[in-house]
Design a protein around this ligand. Structure first.
Ligand code: ADP
Ligand code: MG
Length: 397
């Protein structure tokens, strides 16, 4: 097990004690509305457990990437949804380690909940400042980390705080680690990975690592054009990383040597600009016009990819990154077709957070997916075989 020697929340004697819980309430917001509350819903199990054990619960989270204190980054935008999902009132502190947080924590009773204001209002959070971590820790008797989405970052509230308090991982963190590490390290085969998203450079380490583990790799999204160019095709104005052409070659060679089936798009939907209303058409990979950019996989490719998924029934699929610019409806068809096929195929399916997860949720297919991860970056870390600093920092049993 990934965290075999680490304490989990049930190893702490929390009754009557102050417990600082690092949650990941960094939910997507459009025009003031939460568009996906999966991260809040998934944190419920740990919170419920702590309430039931009569702990005094101090939740904390980051929210967006603020450069200064600003209302659009306040957890005030999130706290009502947290209350609704947990079904209890939550007091929001005006700061994270300041006078208001201290006052609320001072008076907190058993079973009550306080939420500290956005940790990233202090730059010390991402700097992993020991002073900040110490002040945060001084609010509580125990620390529970349930923020899988932030576990790949060594910040004050994920790693730093563990120096100052007995710590444990929460139920959400356990579920993520169990499901993802099982799928990658002892999967039901065949194991297929789908990789998309914008850039090859984001996922180089992951591709290399996956080549030693999977039976099939399906590549789409923006990164596929670097591979198309490496194969000698003209790719118009498509996104491309010129300095990764050799790497793309090397990946294709390695796949062959390791007997991994590597599927690349054979046709594309190309457009005159990076906009939903840009003029578009479908062309084979050999005929991308000079003034067009690739925005989605074409229908032939979507069918080939779907067939590969269906042929892997009974196995496992791990998907990270959309196959096209799926935030624009005109270029979401490939991503949607694959999501549909996966939901109809009997297999263990894991979606590694972010944009691909949003597409699946929008299509109301979440129920048919085995696991939608709350952390894209952390999921990639695990796929790459890397340690998560936030888990490494937790107390030993
Ligand atoms: P995820 O969040 O699912 O892990 P990434 O963040 O790596 O995925 O990538 C998502 C981004 O990839 C989306 O914003 C999308 O616009 C972009 N993308 C996908 N296909 C293309 C493409 N053909 N050209 C440019 N960008 C693309
Ligand atoms: Mg993303």
């Amino acid at each position: 097990m990934y965290y075999a020697n680490k304490k989990t929340v049930e190893d702490l004697d929390v009754a009557g004690k102050r417990v600082l819980v690092r949650c990941d309430f960094n939910v997507p917001i459009v025009e003031g509305q939460i568009t996906d509350d999966l991260r809040i819903r998934e944190s419920l199990k740990t919170i419920k457990y702590l309430i039931q054990k009569n702990a005094k619960i101090i939740m904390c989270s980051h929210f967006g990437r603020p450069t200064k204190v600003a209302p659009e980054f306040s957890l005030a935008l999130v706290v009502k949804r947290v209350e609704k999902i947990i079904g209890c009132p939550v007091k929001l502190a005006k700061d994270s380690i300041g006078a208001d947080a201290k006052a609320l924590v001072e008076n907190i009773k058993e079973g009550e909940l306080v939420l500290l204001e956005n940790l990233r209002f202090q730059k010390e959070e991402t700097e992993n400042s020991p002073e900040f971590a110490k002040k945060l820790a001084s609010l509580a008797d125990f620390f529970v980390n349930d923020a899988f989405g932030a576990a790949h970052r060594a910040h004050a509230s994920t790693v730093g705080v563990c120096k100052f308090l007995p710590s444990a991982i929460g139920y959400l963190m356990q579920k993520e680690l169990d499901t993802i590490s099982q799928a990658i390290n002892s999967p039901k085969r065949p194991l297929v990975s789908i990789l998309g998203g914008a850039k090859v450079s984001d996922k180089i380490g992951v591709i290399h690592s996956l080549l030693n583990k999977v039976n099939t790799v399906i590549l789409g999204g923006g990164m596929a054009y670097t591979f198309a160019k490496a194969n000698g095709f003209e790719i118009g104005t498509s996104i491309c990383e010129e300095d990764k052409l050799d790497l793309a070659h090397d990946i294709m060679k390695q796949a062959q040597e390791k007997n991994v089936k590597l599927l690349l798009p054979t046709d594309y939907v190309v457009a005159t600009g990076f906009r939903n209303d840009a003029e578009f058409k479908t062309v084979p990979v050999s005929q991308i016009p000079p003034d067009y950019m690739g925005m989605d996989i074409g229908p032939q490719t979507a069918n080939t990819f779907s067939k590969a998924i269906r042929e892997s029934a009974g196995g496992t699929v791990i998907w990270n990154g959309p196959l096209g610019v799926c935030e624009f409806p005109n270029f979401a068809k490939g991503t949607k077709q694959l999501a549909q096929t996966i939901s109809e195929t009997d297999m263990i399916s894991i979606i590694g957070g972010g944009d691909a997860a949003a597409a699946v949720t929008q299509m109301n297919l979440s129920e048919k997916i085995t696991h939608i991860s709350t952390g894209g970056g952390s999921c990639l870390h695990l796929l790459e075989g890397m340690e998560l600093p936030a888990v490494a920092a937790i107390s030993i049993k």
